[in-house]
Design a protein around this ligand. Sequence first.
Ligand SMILES: [Cu+2]
Length: 129
Amino acid sequence: MKAIIISIIVAIAIIGGVFMLTRSGNTGQVANVNNVSIVDGKQIIEINAKGGYQPRKSIAKAGIHTIIRFNTKGTFDCSSSVRISSLNITKSLPQSGTTDIDIGSGQPGTLKGSCGMGMYPFEVEFQTS
Ligand SMILES: [Cu+2]
């Protein structure tokens, strides 16, 4: 009887562990898939800025007028200062709110950005269909 109870407890612990692992894996994926949308012919890439950038990497379509929308919410760290050097863009974000950065039509390839000091990176991969 004791052995059965112990094996049930062990089984629950294993299932719980697997469940937590899959769940955290899924949330990461959802963030990557759902942050790019096309509204009125414009591509909008949403990135959360707080203690770094989430998602770190976005996949978008090349050749479409694109806006990167930064969301801040109580952001006091230096991720509130965004830099995309290849486009000569530096932008200060408010502590809370949304800030749209118009980057024109995305060129095929990877666009890299970071915080003002360069310690939090993010990138957008523009793919040709
Ligand atoms: Cu920084």
